[in-house]
Write a protein of this length. Structure first.
Length: 106
């Protein structure tokens, strides 16, 4: 019989989340290590995590003349055209800009 080897894992948390988690886990008779091990073991066994995760919204792009001066890709006209093309592709239900614009070489 082989023994499982353990490893240390370090995570960063907001202090209030850490303290609330400690309190919760203690009330359930666990410590952080046991709680995290249970979560990871469950997730690996089930192939999912036991709660829904929403995809984060991308940050808003903030235009600045300094950005445009460094890279013309970020000028307002180019960004507006990119957004227009993306919306057109999405509206048509196409999978890629290659489907949308046949002049793009594959």
């Amino acid at each position: 019989m082989t023994q499982n080897q353990t490893v240390n894992v370090t995570i960063e948390l907001d202090r209030n989340v850490k303290e609330s988690g400690e309190s919760l886990f203690r009330s359930l008779g666990m410590n952080w290590s046991t709680a995290i091990s249970a979560l990871v073991s469950y997730s690996v066994k089930q192939g999912k995590i036991p709660f829904e995760v929403d995809e984060p919204e991308p940050p808003d792009f903030e235009y600045s003349p300094e950005i445009e001066a460094q890279d013309p890709f970020f000028n307002r006209a180019t960004q507006a055209e990119i957004l227009r093309r993306i919306r057109d592709v999405e509206a048509r239900g196409e999978d890629s800009l290659i489907d949308f614009d046949p002049t793009i070489e594959q």
